[in-house]
Ligand binder design. Structure first.
Ligand SMILES: C[S@@+](CC[C@H](N)C(=O)[O-])C[C@H]1O[C@@H](n2cnc3c(N)ncnc32)[C@H](O)[C@@H]1O
Length: 351
């Protein structure tokens, strides 16, 4: 028989979960229509004030503001009927460079819902869903989701955690960024190390086109190029650094990719592999981050890998032990965790 106290506690949790799920579209509307930005820039606003500042209909402003206040995303001040975006919430909703900016996660949530039909069919067939066949908003969502971590950690702590790598980048090194997607990581490194040369490769043509546009916008075309290529056949040799940002586990044949990196690197080169943070055992990953990561893995990472030859499907929560095996099988003798955050681990692999 159900225990009423436990049931009530579980219902409370479920109401919170569903409140979050129901909020996805509203948060994205707030982002697209500049509602969070207006609240950040103007300070507390009434319904009419927000409607006027953002040119939206007051009736919708009222309902949206009420839902956001009920969510704890905005503070409501009954005395003057204003709504405020507190500084902590502004970091999450309105400041793209903040380390806790989460708009990309809401975009990912929408992409996962859009992906339901093909992934549901794949559950039955056991097949994959190709990266290019995923929901179209996924590609931008992924870039946007990962960018805050790269912006805040890549140059300041992840690259310096690798043995001797920043000195080589300053002196002028040859670098390949594999599975580069829209090229955020490539462009950040290229801007910081103008003496080095960066080649971004990804097997998804649409992402490479977008990466080229980003590079032009950021003025890094002189030391950067992008091209369509797979992880197991990208061109070039004698790289001093090869980087994989959040993509090794998406690949069908990560061991083949590791072997290809091994022969493309100089003997004294470094392979940097950034992967989602995860423990080695399922029971280590049963918290809020594991929950989100397993969802993304089910809807995106595993189907992507299963759509490729070999289809190893490591999953986004493979853990360091399993990743070390895969990297080692590609011919890397020295593999260590160089840095970690609550969301990511940075692995350094050397031949
Ligand atoms: C989760 S996204 C990460 C993108 C980018 N590195 C970032 O951090 O924003 C995974 C990327 O891996 C790419 N990818 C997956 N399998 C690949 C393969 N076998 N060869 C090259 N790229 C691959 C996808 O096209 C996608 O851009």
């Amino acid at each position: 028989m159900a225990d009423e106290t436990k049931l009530n506690a579980f219902m409370e949790k479920m109401l919170g979960d569903l409140g979050g799920a129901f909020s996805v579209a509203l948060v994205r509307i707030g982002d697209r229509l500049g509602l969070y930005r207006a609240l950040r820039d103007h300070g507390p606003l009434t319904i009419e004030g927000l409607a006027e500042a953002t040119a939206i209909a007051p009736r919708y402003a009222r309902e949206w503001l009420s839902q956001q206040a009920a969510s704890g995303y905005l503070a409501y001040h009954p005395a003057d009927r204003t709504f405020e975006l507190p500084p902590e919430q502004a970091m999450v909703f309105a400041e793209p460079d903040s380390p806790v900016y989460l708009q990309g996660a809401f975009d990912l949530a929408a992409a996962m819902v859009e992906n339901q039909a093909p992934v549901e069919a794949a559950f039955r067939s056991g097949g994959g869903v190709g990266w290019g066949d995923q929901a179209q908003c996924l590609f931008c969502a992924v870039g946007r989701f990962f960018r805050p971590a790269y912006h805040n950690q890549l140059l300041s702590s992840w690259l310096p955690s690798l043995d001797g790598v920043t000195a080589r980048l300053e002196g002028g090194a040859k670098v390949a960024d594999i599975g580069c997607g829209h090229g955020f990581s490539t462009i950040m490194m290229a801007k910081a190390y103008p003496a080095s040369h960066f080649s971004g490769f990804d097997f998804h043509e649409g992402s490479i086109e977008q990466a080229c546009r980003h590079a032009a916008e950021h003025g890094v075309v002189g030391n950067t190029e992008f091209a369509v290529a797979g992880a197991d056949d990208f061109p070039g040799r004698d790289y001093e650094l090869v980087t994989f940002f959040d993509c090794l586990h998406d690949m069908g044949d990560p061991v083949g990719a590791a072997a290809h990196v091994r022969q493309a690197l100089r003997p004294d080169g470094t392979w940097m592999v950034v992967e989602p943070q995860a423990g080695d055992r399922l029971q280590d990953n049963l918290g809020p981050i594991g929950r989100m990561s397993y969802a993304g893995s089910t809807m995106v990472c595993v189907p992507t890998s299963l759509a490729q030859p070999v289809g190893l499907a490591l999953g986004a929560q493979a853990g360091f032990g399993r990743l070390r095996e895969v990297i080692g099988a590609g011919g890397f003798g020295r593999v260590r965790k160089a840095a970690e955050t609550p969301f990511n681990m940075v692995i350094e692999a050397k031949p």
